[in-house]
Design a protein around this ligand. Sequence first.
Ligand code: ZN
Length: 79
Amino acid sequence: MSRFGLEELRINCLCAECRGRREQGLEAWPGEGAPAVLRIENAQEVGNWGLNFAWNDGHTTGIYTWEILRGWDDERGDR
Ligand SMILES: [Zn+2]
């Protein structure tokens, strides 16, 4: 399984809200009142096509498809 930094995942969150923030030139993380240390409180599979994370900043709407996770991994190559 590929490994990703938590902040990397959170910053690239794919939900409409985070996409909107990025389109405005804002970072999806950290938002206002965000906890100092980012954590995943819960992770669950969504069907058989992706993963949903519940972040400790209360954000739970992002779904990361396996396809996207694989794509990010390919982009990075071996580091
Ligand atoms: Zn999001």
